[in-house]
Structures are given as structure tokens and as C-alpha cells.
Design a protein around this ligand. Structure first.
Ligand SMILES: Nc1ccn([C@@H]2O[C@H](COP(=O)(O)OP(=O)(O)OP(=O)(O)O)[C@@H](O)[C@H]2O)c(=O)n1
Ligand SMILES: C[C@](O)(CO)[C@H](O)COP(=O)(O)O
Length: 233
């Protein structure tokens, strides 16, 4: 008989896809290694996860041949198994987490290297919200502005913004279910939650503000730097 005492506790792992090229960012190399507020962008991301006691281990997926992590200065596990899409990189990383000892029932928090404004408090808030949930969930921001439908650069309709959210990361799901969901959804899904939805499951939306944005375009670097510097003051 399995009692509550003998039942193994689920652990939390972090998986950071860091194998993109940053084609929209206008940088010379991959954007995640650009210096922001004195450190490479991904350093800030890893520092936040490193400060969360409930994260057992963080695994970073980098591109094969990536020189940046040759001498890994972090306690995270760096694996050069990046794929051609974000979803492929995440799939490969989940497999590596399994090889490193994570089980199907363990939770995985997938977080973009390029969301370097994540904080330990936000990660803890997501874990608190999802730990007791059947499915898991994601940080997200409820749409506040009036929403437009565009055609050829012109607004042709105003859409109902009720019940519309912008997906952020981390996104927290059980490893086994996430593997199954991504296998089914294929390599082009843009986040974990959409793969989970394709199984007919409904991820929990954990409300968050706008500061956890993804550094995507050239102008985002200065904004990220300003926020990080303001936090240090
Ligand atoms: N094949 C890929 C593509 C993306 N990513 C990672 O997924 C995160 C979110 O992706 P995005 O911001 O779109 O990054 P890029 O794909 O690098 O940017 P772009 O789409 O502008 O090329 C980033 O941390 C990125 O490094 C990844 O690990 N493997
Ligand atoms: C996962 C994600 O950050 C959620 O907003 C995003 O979908 C990934 O990046 P992309 O801009 O869609 O490539």
C-alpha cells in the first residue's frame, strides 16, 4: 500500500531553452549572450532560478557548438542539444532531464533564456499556484488595450479583449505529460501550454504584470537594462 509517507514527493526542475539565434534582435551573435546591466542576458535568467530553493536543478539547452558555456560558471547543467525550433529544443531538454534523474511525475518549469527579467518571487508564485493543480500552468498577462484586427497595415475590426491573455514563461507542467503533449503537437508550437491544450487539458493562467517581457527587438535591450538597474538601486 502507498501511504502519504511512502509516496515520493514531486520535485521541481527548471529547463531554459537558450539555443535560439535572436534573428529579430539585430545583434551580431545570439541575443541571450548580449551584455545587459553588466552581465550576459542569460546570466540574469539563471541567477533568478538559482535563488529559488524549490528548484532541484536547472538544465540549459544551448546550440551544438555554442562556445559561451564552454567553461560553465554556473551550477546549472548545460546540454548542447538545441534543435531547429524552440519546441524541439525543449523536447531535447526534457529527454536530458530524464537522463539526469527527473521522473515523469516531477514538475518542469520551462523558461525562455530571453526573459531575463524573471524574479525568484515570480517563480515561487507560479510554483505555489501550480503545485496543487492537476494540470499546471503559466505566468500570463491579461490584455488591457483595445484589440485590433489588421489587414494590410489598417485596422479593419475591433476584437473582444475579454478572456484574452498574453503567454509568458515560466510554464510549469509534469515532465511525462509535457513530453507526451509536445510529441503530439509537433516542433512548431510556440509554447508548452499550447501543446498541453492539444491534449484537451486547461493550463492555469497565473496573472502577472508586463515586466517579465521577452527581449525580442533591438529596443528591448535598453528597457531590460533600465528595469534591472532600477531593481539594484
Ligand atoms: N531553436 C530554438 C529557438 C529558440 N530557443 C530559445 O527559446 C527562447 C524564446 O525564443 P525567441 O525569443 O523567439 O528567441 P529566438 O528564436 O532566438 O529569436 P528569433 O525568433 O527572433 O530568431 C529563447 O530563449 C531562445 O534562445 C531555443 O532554445 N531553440
Ligand atoms: C513561449 C513564449 O515566450 C510565450 O510568449 C513565446 O511564445 C516564445 O517565443 P516566440 O516569440 O513565439 O518565438
Amino acid at each position: 500500500m502507498v501511504t502519504s509517507e511512502s509516496k515520493p514527493q514531486s520535485r521541481c526542475f527548471a529547463l531554459v531553452p537558450c539555443a535560439g539565434t535572436g534573428s529579430r534582435a539585430g545583434t551580431n551573435g545570439p541575443k541571450q549572450y548580449e551584455r545587459i546591466a553588466g552581465h550576459p542576458m542569460v546570466w540574469h535568467t539563471l541567477a533568478a532560478f538559482g535563488a529559488v530553493r524549490r528548484i532541484s536543478r536547472t538544465l540549459i539547452v544551448v546550440a551544438p557548438g555554442d562556445g559561451f558555456f564552454e567553461r560553465n560558471p554556473t551550477p546549472a547543467l548545460v546540454v548542447p542539444c538545441g534543435g531547429p525550433t524552440r519546441a524541439a529544443s525543449v523536447m531535447n531538454g526534457l529527454y536530458e532531464l530524464g537522463r539526469a534523474g527527473a521522473t515523469e511525475r516531477d514538475w518542469v518549469l520551462v523558461h525562455d533564456a530571453a526573459r531575463c527579467l524573471i524574479t525568484p518571487a515570480l517563480i515561487d508564485a507560479l510554483i505555489d499556484a501550480c503545485m496543487a493543480d492537476e494540470v499546471g500552468g503559466l505566468l500570463a498577462h491579461k490584455v488591457v488595450d483595445t484589440l485590433k484586427q489588421e489587414e494590410g497595415g489598417r485596422s479593419v475590426a475591433t476584437l473582444d479583449r475579454e478572456h484574452k491573455w498574453l503567454a509568458q514563461t515560466p510554464q510549469m507542467f509534469r515532465l511525462g505529460v509535457l513530453q507526451q503533449a509536445l510529441e503530439r503537437a509537433g516542433p512548431h508550437v510556440t509554447d508548452e501550454a499550447s501543446a498541453i491544450e492539444s491534449l484537451g487539458l486547461k493550463p492555469l493562467l497565473v496573472p502577472n504584470g508586463t515586466q517579465n517581457f521577452k527581449v525580442t527587438y533591438p529596443g528591448d535591450f535598453a528597457l531590460a537594462e533600465a528595469v534591472l538597474k532600477a531593481r539594484l538601486r
